[in-house]
Design a protein. Structure first.
Lengths: 233, 233
DNA sequence: GGCGGTCCTCACGGTTCCCTAACGCCCCGC
DNA sequence: GCGGGGCGTTAGGGAACCGTGAGGACCGCC
């Protein structure tokens, strides 16, 4: 469970970091709005604790920016008690709003409440199509569109490993776009392995074997020599 | 959008009803805890506004009772401001907690925030099926669907421990969906134990032993190596 | 105090997955 | 023709993961 803590108050920052770490959470950190948006994108947090009163970028804009592409729960911290700002923040896409000062155990309870619902449940329309297959990224299921399938089937049971899912997710989220080797590698295996192109060949081959009608003649997972791969629905 | 309003304060009740109706919400109504549970089951509300200080049945018990079979958002209203009750209510399954007196526009914003995420799978009834077994989450009972066991050996009565029920609830509420280790662990044992995968192996084994026709060859509680478990009805 | 039940710890095989290494192929430039 | 880089494919070892059993700590009940 990874939490992005976006707050410029040094003291509160430290207190929260210690408390959260003691509860077993992994804590990311941002000091201003721009950094918060950046971290929300690159750090893949499971929840965001956002202070509205940060410099550089207004807190509301941070909410809107994150909501433009992610549905990660956002819990707002603020010193303002008037209902106007609460309404604005909640309507911008925040999931909860806590006014400072707050009781730590209440904040923790609210974090638990927000993280209770499994991630991805909200992406209701997250069913992608690859030829004859229907892929549900949230449920992690793949079934044939023509009928029988799913996980317990006999013939067309398509199962993917964690790494394969990770890679497939990137392709599905950017259909038709060219994804560079470097981008794919650093996203799935971390920036440190951005040069091990062998991994990619291996796992793209796996995806093709499991998802392409004719693995030898790929129609969906295409290679652009020297550059990377492209997914065509 | 249907809201269940459970509050015994006549005045607040009327004010809320009018305001909500004016916003286009359909309003159900309950005056005490028992009625609230009943309405939550029969009225299929999309959201529950729950006053904790109602007669007959304690508000926390209402939350737990509803959560036993439904995942409808619950927004608690209360006059108590101490964090203790907030934590109890949130951990019992409430999604939000507002202390009276509150600003009406804030409450409305919180309602919007709760109802923004499409309500999960509509659990039409409290009775789930697992192969030959019928599970009633509300009554906490399990019985065979094919009548009483004719053979003298099997008792027919399946008993589960509290932890086993907790885990089973999660599975039944998300059929066909992959539930990550982390999600299951942090939900049943708390975020602090999100890494103790040993617990899961143990209790999934228990569920299989008690619920699977052939525990050695699970057909309903499936493992996806490296990710988590999936329940297939 | 004895006892049954529940929860957790620990340890041991079996399975799955990830990564490493190697080989053949195609395309391209020389 | 020839060499090289990038790509696709296959096989195998090590590590992480999973299923299972035995046993101890704790609690409520008789």
């Amino acid at each position: 469970m990874r939490i992005l803590l976006a707050d410029d108050d040094e003291q509160l920052q430290r207190a929260l970091r210690i408390t959260l770490a003691a509860r077993g959470y992994e804590v990311l950190h941002a000091r201003d709005g721009a950094e918060a948006i950046e971290q929300a994108a690159s750090g893949h947090p499971d929840l965001i604790l956002l202070d509205l009163g940060m410099p550089r970028v207004d807190g509301l804009d941070v909410i809107r920016a994150v909501r433009a592409w992610s549905s990660v729960p956002i819990l707002v911290l603020s010193g303002r008690t008037d209902s106007g700002e609460k309404v604005e923040a909640l309507d911008a896409g925040a999931d909860d709003y806590v006014t400072k000062p707050f009781a730590m155990d209440e904040l923790l309870a609210r974090i638990r409440a927000r993280s209770r619902r499994p991630a991805g449940e909200d992406d209701a329309g997250a069913v992608h199509r690859i030829g004859e297959l229907e892929v549900d990224l949230a449920a992690k299921t793949i079934r044939r569109a023509d009928g029988a399938g799913g996980t317990g089937g006999s013939t067309g049971a398509v199962r993917l490993t964690p790494t394969e899912w990770h890679l497939l997710e990137l392709f599905l989220k950017h259909p038709g776009r060219l994804l560079t080797r470097e981008m794919l590698l650093s996203e799935v295996w971390g920036p440190y392995h951005a040069n091990d192109a062998g991994y990619l060949r291996l796992y793209v081959a796996q995806l093709r074997r499991k998802l392409e009608p004719v693995p030898a003649e790929p129609r969906h997972f295409l290679n652009e020599p020297g550059m990377g791969y492209r997914f065509e629905p």
